[in-house]
Write a protein that binds this ligand. Structure first.
Ligand SMILES: [Zn+2]
Length: 320
């Protein structure tokens, strides 16, 4: 009796499988690269909030996104959790910024990817087509990771994400392309607004001060003189020497306001403000994260719009 039940069950199951496999036949007859997936949803790991948001916008219903560095946490230094390791092992695609954001060749993400050859092949640096800029001096040059602050760079990242998704799942190419086109339309409008507003700031006001030297890609595109307390979050943040240097920069260049990023310690800039007598802009500026859901700047596009408002309002104000 048991055997008969088993036989019937086997028969039913094989009918179901034959039915299913017709749609999934591609796997059998195609010569897909080994990393390609035919699942309806690509399981994507993203390293930080901006790539998570872009990937969800382009991938829509055909991606399941798990993000690693939570909002409020520094993406330069991150300690992956045991759950992250499991998610990474299970994923079809890993999208990260590159340009040293995740600590570079010896950083936290490289260490994780080094443990598995398969996942290394599935990892794509979405800023791979971006021309890097450098912080530090000649002897101590380091790639500045914060390229995404510039909307023109965002465009390159979105294109890289779209082509990675298509490569993983060519069946949904038309869907991904449609989402990309819609996204780029908004992004192009934002680029035009950046050009218009930032190019029209009075020359004497084109001095831009934040805690970290994160805005270099933007300040060099729009000819803003950039002042900062520290070059990158991984070094000492707000030593008396750093503060003294910035106060001197402020005396020389006279910025209209000072900006503080959403995810840094406010105290060093408050000291700079007291010592230089230049006010801090009342709203935070966002650098290497977007806002939490429901807050200002909670998508990459609204992050760009928000920052533009803050920068153009701040730099057009007279505080001198
Ligand atoms: Zn940073």
């Amino acid at each position: 009796m048991k055997k008969l039940v088993l036989l019937i069950l086997t028969l039913i199951l094989s009918v179901i499988f034959v039915g299913c496999s017709r749609e999934d036949d591609i796997t059998l007859k195609s010569n897909h690269p080994p990393t390609q997936t035919d699942k309806d949803q690509i399981e994507v790991i993203t390293s930080f909030s901006m790539i998570e948001d872009m990937t969800k916008s382009i991938g829509g219903k055909h991606v399941k996104v798990t993000n690693l560095v939570p909002i409020g946490t520094d993406p330069h230094d991150y300690e992956p959790k045991p759950d992250d390791m499991k998610d990474i092992a299970r994923s079809d695609l890993i999208l990260y910024n590159g340009l040293n954001l995740e600590g570079g060749d010896k950083g936290w993400l490289a260490k994780v990817l080094d443990t598995t050859d398969y996942q290394k092949r599935n990892a794509v640096a979405v800023s791979k087509d971006v021309k890097p800029m450098y912080i530090g001096d000649e002897d101590n040059k380091e790639v500045n990771p914060h390229a995404f602050i510039d909307p023109y760079v965002g465009e390159k990242m979105v294109k890289a994400i779209t082509s990675s998704l298509i490569q993983k799942n060519p069946e949904h190419e038309a869907y991904f392309k449609k989402n990309e086109a819609r996204y780029l339309k908004s992004l192009h409008e934002i680029e035009r607004d950046y050009d218009k507003k930032l190019n029209s700031i009075p020359k004497d006001n084109k001095v831009f001060v934040t805690s970290e030297q994160a805005f270099q890609y933007l300040t060099s595109r729009y000819n803003l003189k950039e002042g900062y307390i520290w070059a990158i979050d991984t070094e000492e943040n707000g030593s008396p020497e750093q503060i003294k240097n910035l106060v001197q920069f402020i005396h020389r260049n006279k910025p209209p306001v000072l900006f503080i990023e959403s995810n840094v310690d406010k105290r060093p800039m408050e000291t700079v403000s007291t010592e230089s007598n230049v006010k801090i802009y009342p709203k935070p500026i966002y650098s290497d994260e977007i806002g939490k859901k429901g807050e200002d700047a909670d998508t990459y596009l609204s992050y760009l719009r928000y920052n533009l408002e803050v920068i153009s309002d701040g730099l057009n104000s007279k505080n001198k």
